[in-house]
Design a protein around this ligand. Structure first.
Ligand SMILES: [Zn+2]
Length: 257
């Protein structure tokens, strides 16, 4: 793919990333995405367009509000950079085809879910429920089929993903008396089933378990995290789903060999 295309796709990703920041800040606080316009949460001063350029503005302002000097979280440029790289890598991996744009959109939704769950322990229904519906619609559209699910594998994916994880959570709660997984994880797993098809669910769950354990144990041992604190599962489910979407075939082939 010509480098000009890739540069454009990266820029497009950072611009969307700027909007994803708005979603990440406002959705868990149940604020409107459209109004009011971007403003500094400290001094309430509006953010001018030239101070809202993805990546660049944060660097130019050295991470501080132009008006009150309050520091701006480095999470903002980090999300913009991640969105840019996500779009770039997805386009590079799958090439320029109709489904690629959908996959980039799915990646953006995953990114928002991951960060919100990490900080707030919730996976907002306003993303997961339309996410399930949209995944099913795409599967039944002409864009359905590899690497996305087709109609049949998507329907089974929703039922097996949502139902299976719900059952697992129910049994876990009965046995241990503790709530191990929330309904948010159940809906997220159904959404993953709708987009990737049921075949990708076992690998996704396995990878999420491995990632979650490694990070969780590392966090407790190296960073001294209180082990009684809950560890959100959503971020690992999302990362695992993305890995199985991009490299699932290779992983299965390697495993079978
Ligand atoms: Zn300010």
């Amino acid at each position: 793919m010509p480098w000009e295309y890739l540069a454009l796709i990266f820029l497009y990703g950072t611009v969307i990333g700027s909007f994803l920041n708005v979603c990440i800040y406002r959705l868990p606080r149940e604020l409107s995405l459209l109004r009011p316009r971007s403003h500094c949460p400290h001094c309430q001063h509006g953010v001018a367009w030239y101070d809202n350029v993805p990546l660049w503005s944060w660097l130019a302002l050295r991470g501080r509000c132009r008006h009150c000097g309050q520091s701006i979280s480095p999470l903002y440029p980090l999300i913009e950079l991640t969105s840019g790289l996500l779009a770039l890598h997805t386009a590079w991996h799958f090439g320029l085809q109709g489904g690629t744009l959908l996959l980039i959109g799915l990646g953006f939704a995953f990114l928002v879910l991951m960060v919100i769950d990490f900080y707030h322990y919730i996976l907002p229904d306003v993303i997961t429920l339309p996410g399930i519906l949209l995944g099913l619609l795409c599967a039944f559209s002409p864009l359905g089929g590899p690497p996305l699910a087709n109609g049949e594998t998507a329907v089974i994916g929703v039922v097996a993903g949502g139902g299976g994880l719900w059952l697992f959570a129910w049994v876990f709660e009965k046995i241990t008396g503790k709530v191990g997984m929330g309904m948010g994880d159940v809906k997220l797993f159904a959404m993953i089933g709708a987009w990737l098809g049921w075949q990708s669910l076992p690998l996704t769950l396995f990878l999420a378990g491995v990632l979650g354990s490694v990070v969780g144990i590392g966090w407790i041992l190296l960073a001294g995290r209180d082990r009684s604190l809950p560890i959100p599962f959503g971020p690992y489910l999302v990362m695992a789903a993305w890995i199985s979407l991009l490299y699932g075939k290779e992983i299965y082939r390697w495993y079978l060999a």
